[in-house]
Design a protein around this ligand. Structure first.
Ligand code: NAP
Ligand code: ZN
Length: 351
């Protein structure tokens, strides 16, 4: 990673760990020449945070919005007071073919905003604190017309679904039949993007109770209950492209049957157990299964700007920092419409 990236000696208030009560972490960073220091306003809770908390892998929060309060001398594209966002990425080598193409997320030296380790051995702690120091190359601008709370989840959920849509020809080519599996934090943004990009969107869900709002507020065209074999049968060979956002182990077999011949399924869900991938639906339909991990910085800014243009934000439930354990429990029970966002600074979103 870029060796001038400097970090982690500033003390700030923060919180860490979710299986126990939140405890102060006092983690942050000194503002280096390439850094901006950001007062954190909001931080979304991604299901990845829950995977990490359950497995005691550490601190993760990575859907951060805030306001710039300090600017390093090389970070002049930002100024104090700018509304900005930070997602999963904290550092990369800035030299390899992927970095050169703004696919920093696939750089083999990439470090996450959370649990990342910098070249100097310091550790990244994510956005669950009141201040974060970030290299300006991994910071995006937030359009003025979008509120800071409901934008926060775009920094991970949004870019994670935008990137595979773009990579697979779903941007700028309307009229495709698109499926979204799992109507959660990632899935509900995927539905909004699919509609904004002019596609016919079918939601595949295990929750019949989500049908009304999927077709109503979110604008989906069709809704299939994935545990209903008749509905699944009726949907066979109907879709060009499927985005699978499910957080739990499941079989891809029945879902692949919904793809047309030569169709593509991209999985972004990251269950900690392997997915079942029976060969026949692949072979008989010449279908492809791919993965995708978050997105690069150029695409993240492009997504943000498109969200500004189409007025796309996430459906969020804003919570206070001291209710995070309850929120995590509800997230584990699939009881959120569709993202919890922590009000880190304790203010109403009016900036
Ligand atoms: P989420 O809000 O909890 O949504 C996941 C959805 O999956 C649920 O709303 C539910 O939708 C469905 N689901 C849950 N349990 C299920 C089960 N047992 N069987 C079938 N469906 C089930 O989670 P999220 O924040 O959107 O994240 C989704 C996944 O993506 C997580 O595994 C997360 O770690 C991963 N992720 C990956 C990336 C990446 O870069 N690839 C980035 C961010 C997150 P229905 O009620 O509609 O069935
Ligand atoms: Zn995430």
């Amino acid at each position: 990673m870029a060796q001038e990236t400097q970090n982690h000696t500033l003390s700030v208030s923060g919180w860490a760990a979710y299986d126990s009560n939140p405890i102060p972490s006092n983690a942050g960073g000194e503002n280096g020449v390439n850094d901006v220091t950001i007062e954190v306003l909001y931080c979304g809770i991604c299901h990845t945070d829950l995977h990490y908390a359950k497995n005691e892998w550490g601190i993760t929060m990575h859907e951060i919005t805030g306001v710039v309060i300090k600017v390093g001398c090389n970070a002049g594209k930002f100024k104090i007071g700018d509304r900005v966002g930070v997602g999963c990425l904290a550092a990369s080598c800035l030299k390899c073919e992927f970095c050169a193409d703004s696919q920093e997320n696939y750089c083999d030296q990439m470090q996450f905003t959370y649990n990342g380790i910098f070249w100097d051995g310091s550790i990244t702690y994510g956005g669950y604190s009141n201040v974060i120091v970030a290299d300006y190359r991994y910071v995006v601008r937030i359009p003025e017309n979008l509120p800071m709370d409901s934008v926060a989840p775009l920094l991970c959920a949004g870019i994670t679904v935008f990137s595979p849509l773009k990579d697979n020809g779903m941007l700028g080519s309307p009229g495709k039949k698109m499926g979204v599996v799992g109507l959660g934090g990632l899935g509900h943004v995927a539905v909004k993007f699919g509609k904004a990009f002019g596609h016919h969107v079918t939601v595949l869900s295990t929750s019949p109770s989500k049908e009304t709002e999927a077709k109503g507020r979110l604008g989906a065209d069709d809704f299939i209950v994935s545990t209903n074999s008749q509905q699944m049968q009726a949907g066979k060979r109907s879709l060009d492209f499927i985005l699978d956002t499910v957080s739990a182990q499941h079989s891809l077999g029945p879902i692949l049957e919904l793809l047309k011949v030569d169709g593509t399924l991209v999985t972004v869900g990251a269950p900690d157990q392997p997915l079942e991938l029976p060969p026949f639906p692949l072979i008989f339909g010449k279908r492809s299964v791919k993965g995708s991990m978050t997105g690069g910085m150029r695409d993240t800014q492009e997504m943000m700007d498109l969200c500004g243009k189409h007025n796309i934000t996430c459906d969020v439930e804003v919570i206070a920092p001291d209710t995070i354990n309850e929120a995590m429990d509800r997230l584990a029970k699939n009881d959120v419409r569709y993202r919890f966002v922590i009000d880190i600074a304790g203010r109403i979103s009016n900036i």
